[in-house]
Write a protein that binds this ligand. Structure first.
Ligand SMILES: *Cc1c(COP(=O)(O)O)cnc(C)c1O
Length: 411
């Protein structure tokens, strides 16, 4: 595929490269679960990784492959594997590459369900240490001889901390550790983790890439920077079958996708691919809306705190400005204690009270009462989550309408 074209042009015309079926502008939705082969040798070769092709849709489907190519292009990577959800991509990646006795360093500000699956892996016997990843020194202090993976997010949710992405990339490269970056919050339009030497990039396709809140999906992309041939956990049988640079994703596809079965449906792959065509347009608008709202909230006397990388008071504002094209669509605000957080939310007429993010519509959720409720008040205080925090996923509505909704609710 050509890489010289722009971000949006490349996505729009991706399905016409190669041989478009009947001139179709979209990759058709292939619903067949299994694939028949005239010569059984083809089937054998596909099973033995000697030939590309399709055998059974749990581990590969042409419509899903077309979406994987688009994500690979967006991330400037080597290749990608799509999953049924972002969580399926994360859990399969860790499960396929890490063994008992290995150690992982992960950010302590992870997406709640990622934190939860990591806890499950701890209960199953993996060794995982959580650190404040906004400073590479915290990661460096925990790296040991058996550390095999570092896992961070770009912008954390809900308090929007920005990890020391560059510093951690250098550390992992130097130590030969797999560096996994969850790029969901920035998306490949604002940031490519390959630029900070990430080995693997995770995207929840459900969020900005699909973008319309109408399909679940996830993806892992190999940037091509990690040397898999020396990685001890790769199965010998794969080493004999595939090129060294494809060993990592081969193992994730077989041991993660095929065995755990978090397969993306072709219908969802199509919906996400259509959504992805406008990623750049949507995100430009959402980021501009978010910045304008953050500036308004910052000057409002009833709002105690604004958590958004785009404002100067944010601790990693400068880092975010250097790394990301824009500052993203997600922010949190801390209301003055005198305001009842739930009553305030109920006054919003346009903004939807909902838990998703990365939708075209602006969504708001009270953090302590929902996504961080299970933790309890003490743990929330420890993690810097105020009881009157509201998380906003800013959409692409007309800014004046969003402003009017918040002004009225705060009035
Ligand atoms: C939503 C999200 C996920 C999980 O994605 P799903 O598609 O909902 O499974 C993972 N990481 C981050 C940062 C997310 O925001």
């Amino acid at each position: 595929m050509t890489t010289k074209r722009g971000f949006t042009t490349t996505i729009l015309h991706a399905d016409r490269l190669g041989k478009p079926e009947h001139g179709s502008l979209h990759k058709p939705i292939h619903t067949s679960v299994t694939y028949g082969h005239e010569d059984v040798q083809d089937l054998v070769d596909i099973f033995q990784n000697k030939k590309k092709g399709y055998a059974y849709s749990r581990q590969g489907n042409p419509t899903v492959t077309a979406l994987e190519h688009k994500v690979t292009n967006m991330e400037k990577g080597l290749s990608s594997i799509a999953f049924s959800t972002g969580m399926a991509a994360i859990s399969a990646t860790v499960m396929a590459l890490i063994k008992h006795g290995d150690h992982i360093v992960a950010s302590s500000f992870l997406f709640g369900n990622s934190r939860s699956i990591f806890q499950t892996y701890i209960d199953l016997g993996l060794d995982i240490t959580f650190v404040d990843a906004t400073d590479v020194e915290n990661v460096r202090n925990e790296v040991r001889a058996n550390t095999k993976m570092v896992f961070v997010e770009t912008i954390a949710n809900p308090a929007t901390q920005v990890a020391d992405l560059q510093g951690i990339g250098e550390l992992c490269t130097q130590k030969g550790i797999i560096y996994v970056v969850d790029n969901t919050m920035t998306s490949p339009y604002l940031f490519n983790p390959i630029d900070v030497k990430a080995s693997l990039v995770i995207n929840s396709l459900t969020k900005y890439i699909g973008g319309h809140g109408d399909a679940l999906g996830g993806c892992v992309t190999d940037t091509g920077l990690f040397n898999w041939s020396n990685y001890p956990n790769i199965f010998e049988t794969f080493k004999k079958q595939v090129k060294p640079e494809t060993l990592g994703l081969t193992q994730i596809r077989k041991k993660g996708l095929r065995d755990a079965g978090g397969t993306l449906s072709p219908e969802a792959a199509h919906t996400i691919a259509v959504g992805a065509e406008t990623l750049a347009l949507r995100l430009e608008r959402a980021c501009n809306n978010a910045l304008a709202l953050a500036q308004y909230f910052e000057s409002h006397p009833m709002i105690k705190n604004v958590f958004y990388p785009g404002i100067k008071s944010h601790k990693q504002h400068e880092r975010a400005g250097k790394l990301f094209k824009k500052f993203g669509g997600l922010m949190s605000i801390e209301l003055d204690e005198s305001i009842d957080c739930l009553a305030f939310l109920n006054k919003l007429k346009l903004v939807v009270k909902s838990s998703n993010l990365g939708d075209t519509r602006t969504l708001a959720i009270p953090v302590a009462q929902t996504i961080f409720f299970e933790l309890g008040a003490d743990k929330r205080a420890e993690m810097g989550i105020p009881e009157t925090m509201i998380r906003l996923s800013v959409g692409i509505e007309d800014l004046e309408d969003l402003m009017a909704d918040f002004k009225e609710a705060l009035g």
